[in-house]
Design a binder for this molecule. Sequence first.
Ligand code: C5P
Length: 237
Amino acid sequence: MTHSDHPPFFWALIPAAGIGSRMRADRPKQYLQLVDKTIIEHTLNCFLDHPQLRGIVVSLAEHDPYWHALPCAGDARIVRADGGAERADSVLNGLLKLTELGARDHDWVLVHDAARPNLSRADLDLLLSELADDPVGGLLAVPALDTLKRAGADGRVQSTVDRSTIWQALTPQMFRVGELQRAMADALIAGVVVTDEASAIEWSGKSPRLVEGRSDNIKVTRPEDLLSLSRLWLHRT
Ligand code: C5P
């Protein structure tokens, strides 16, 4: 089948093999409870019933003892891939799994952190519609609102950064399966640190598009993040 035979499909890839040590919890942060479900279940729920998505891959740590206890572990719509030492390794393994599942180079993949359970359906739809015809792809992001300081080695302010051109990168990040796979593999071989998919694409010489999303699409990193999301959730229900 060639590119012209069908328009690109959309796939979701959820890296979920991190430890999340800054949460200082007894388990990886994606398995912590957020009101009625674990963080990862909330995250997956946003993708599971989306009519435009062809499939979902979740990258999990090799000896993950928590996943199999979740109801979604038995969901046929979710396919498991092996996680890796760094987030980028988990994403690369997930991309390989997508290829095994039949994803083509020109299909789109949306990579979304397992630890971001508050992605809204509206933002997911916005990303899909804004980027479906984009030559590069892009990411959800929010413009910086706080005044930003550059720190010196002595822990004192060196300068104030012009915030008018600074955006904070969120996920999902949406790129072509083949292009992302090549960019990430090449970056890893070259020893370039890629903390998100966009930085791999940038490193390959392309310029991802910024799509403004909601600022409450936060990545649970510290205990207070979980607390504020719990408040938000309880307020909603
Ligand atoms: O640690 P951090 O918050 O940056 O992780 C972002 C996402 O990447 C999380 O969902 C985490 O589970 C995932 N990750 C991964 N493999 C790693 C490290 C992080 O899948 N080795």
